[in-house]
Design a protein around this ligand. Sequence first.
Ligand code: FE2
Length: 239
Amino acid sequence: MVHRRQVLVGSLALLGLGIRPAWADTQRLELTAGFTVPPLPYPYDALEPVIDERTMRFHHDKHHAAYVNALNAAIAKHPELIGQSVEQLLQNLDGIPADIRTAVRNHGGGHYNHSLFWESMRAPRPNNQPTSTLATVLQQKFGDFANFQEAFERAGLDVFGSGWVWLVGQPDGQLGIMTTANQDSPISVGATPLLGNDVWEHAYYLKYQNRRGDYLKAWWQVVNWPVVEQRYAAWVQTV
Ligand SMILES: [Fe+2]
């Protein structure tokens, strides 16, 4: 039905009739309204040499796009969900129709986690650390910044298979390090992600091969701490 309608609209346009029935826009909205891959906030090679340009191109243009496409395909089966943000979907997985719940969890999570990830990075710089209140809070929580980094890296290394390592604001008002499997997202369990590193092999394998630990260690150079500090400040307002 959809294809016939598209052909009809296309045919009318070709004939130069300029006829555009009202349902055409509605139908088009149902087909195309949805999620899109946000552009990178920097060039593909901006994170070199920590993350190479080729990895960024594949990761952003192919992997993230695949999550978005699959999420849109899932939502198209339940148009009543159109209009919900990806956050709303992930925060209420139990309310998602059973036939697309896993798809929304995996691909919605993939879209949300990666969108957060791109914004969490910037061009590498030496001695890259937070400088505001977050620095003090991390020091109080972990002893010093190096201890925090070590705990974060260890958690990332301990993820079996594919997943993420996160610094989160916990529901109890404390900061914490957590990991998620696959594309599960902290917001589905009530935590607020402040910083996350992707430890799927697609994030590092071209440059680091099996050396996930080297990737985790090098990654600190590209963390966009001002963005993380903004997230922290916003989360503090909610607890
Ligand atoms: Fe990824």
